[in-house]
Design a protein around this ligand. Structure first.
Ligand SMILES: [Fe+2]
Ligand SMILES: [Fe+2]
Length: 257
C-alpha cells in the first residue's frame, strides 16, 4: 500500500469543507422531523461518536506495522470524529439530545473488541459501505438543506475511506484465487447484508418518513457491496492477478521416451 498517497489524501481532504448552514430555517414537518432526529441521534453515536479508534484487543498488530500506517489510521478516525461533530450539529439543529449508548452500538463495539483487528477492519469496511447507502438516501430525500449538505460532506469522506479499505485489503492478503476467493467474497456479501439489515431495522422509520423504501435501500446496499468487490478485482488486474475463475495451470508431466 502506498502510505504517502493516503497521508496526502487525508491531509488534503481537510480543506474546502463548506460548513452546512445550521442556522437556516427548518421547513420539515414534525411527522418527518421526529423519526429523522431519532435516526441522526443514533447515527452520530455509530459514526465517530464512540471510541474514534481501532478497539480490537490486538489492534496494535495492525496499527504498529509502520509509523505511516499509524498516522493513516489516526487521520481516518479523525474524519470519523468529524462526522460525529457534523451529526451533532444536525441533532442540535433539530432540538435533539446527544446520546451516548444504544444496544446496537454496544453490540457493534463488543464484536469489534473481541474478534480481533482483522474482523474489526472488515466490520468497519462493511459499515462504511452500508452507511454510504444510508447517507445517499438521506441526501437524496432530505427535506432539510443543511442535512443534505452534511451528507454530501460525509459521502465525500466515506468514498475515500472505502478506497483506503480496498487498497488495504488488496495489499493485505484478501484471498484472490479459486474457492477461497469465492468464499471470501460470499462471506463479505453475507456480513454486508447483515450490517445493512441492522441499519435498516434501526433507521427504516426515518428513511420511510422522508420517502425512501426498503427496495431502494437494499438496492443501494447491493450497489455499494458489488462495486467494492468489483473494485478489488480491478486492483488485482493491475497487479497481474488472474481472475477468480481462472484455473491453475495444469502440471505438465513429461513422459519418459
Ligand atoms: Fe463516518
Ligand atoms: Fe468512514
Amino acid at each position: 500500500m502506498n502510505h504517502a498517497k493516503w497521508i496526502t489524501h487525508f491531509t488534503r481532504n481537510r480543506q474546502n469543507r463548506p460548513e452546512p448552514d445550521w442556522a437556516a430555517p427548518i421547513s420539515a414537518p414534525p411527522t418527518v422531523l421526529a423519526p429523522m432526529l431519532r435516526s441522526v441521534e443514533q447515527f452520530r453515536l455509530g459514526d465517530g461518536g464512540g471510541p474514534a479508534s481501532l478497539i480490537a484487543f490486538n489492534r496494535e498488530n495492525f496499527r504498529s506495522r509502520t509509523s505511516e500506517l499509524r498516522q493513516i489510521v489516526d487521520l481516518w478516525f479523525a474524519e470519523e470524529a468529524e462526522h460525529a461533530r457534523l451529526l451533532g450539529c444536525a441533532v442540535r439543529r433539530f432540538g435533539g439530545r446527544i446520546i451516548t449508548s444504544h444496544w446496537s452500538f454496544t453490540a457493534f463495539c463488543l464484536c469489534r473488541r473481541a474478534l480481533g483487528v482483522r474482523f474489526e477492519l472488515q466490520v468497519l469496511t462493511l459499515m462504511e459501505l452500508v452507511s454510504t447507502a444510508y447517507y445517499r438516501m438521506l441526501r437524496n430525500h432530505s427535506p432539510d438543506g443543511p442535512l443534505a449538505a452534511m451528507c454530501e460532506l460525509i459521502l465525500r469522506d466515506e468514498a475515500g475511506h472505502v478506497a483506503f479499505q480496498r487498497d488495504r485489503l488488496s495489499s493485505d492478503g484478501c484471498p484472490k484465487l479459486g474457492v477461497r476467493g469465492v468464499l471470501w467474497r460470499l462471506q463479505f456479501l453475507l456480513f454486508g447484508y447483515a450490517a445493512g439489515t441492522m441499519l435498516w431495522v434501526n433507521h427504516a422509520p426515518c428513511l420511510k418518513a422522508i420517502g425512501g423504501t426498503r427496495a431502494e435501500f437494499y438496492s443501494e446496499v447491493t450497489r455499494q457491496l458489488l462495486r467494492f468487490i468489483r473494485s478489488l478485482r480491478r486492483v488485482e488486474k493491475r497487479a497481474g492477478v488472474p481472475a477468480l475463475w481462472a484455473r491453475p495451470a495444469r502440471m505438465q508431466f513429461q513422459t519418459a521416451k
